[in-house]
Design a protein around this ligand. Structure first.
Ligand SMILES: [Zn+2]
Length: 78
């Protein structure tokens, strides 16, 4: 698993924060399938950490792919 570092502020946190799963892109699906096939454990390519301060906006975009959602979340907190 990736260490919990907020995607927005790069803050490393030991408690709190949220791992947000975005809608899978075709690429994410392929990666997940590959991991399942090889019984590998890894960080899902569509999941990103957000600290408590930044997760509320990220949650709102979890029904979008990371390609759409991440720039919007970044823009929101600029
Ligand atoms: Zn943050």
């Amino acid at each position: 698993m990736m260490p919990p570092i907020c995607y927005i502020c790069q803050k490393r946190f030991l408690e709190g924060g949220k791992l947000i799963y975005f809608l899978e892109t075709d690429d994410d699906k392929m990666q997940r399938k590959r991991m399942e096939d090889y019984k590998m454990v890894g960080h899902p390519s569509n999941a990103f950490w957000f600290c408590d301060e930044h997760s509320s906006e990220a949650v709102k975009h979890s029904n979008e792919t990371k390609i759409i959602a991440l720039p919007k979340i970044k823009e929101f907190y600029k």
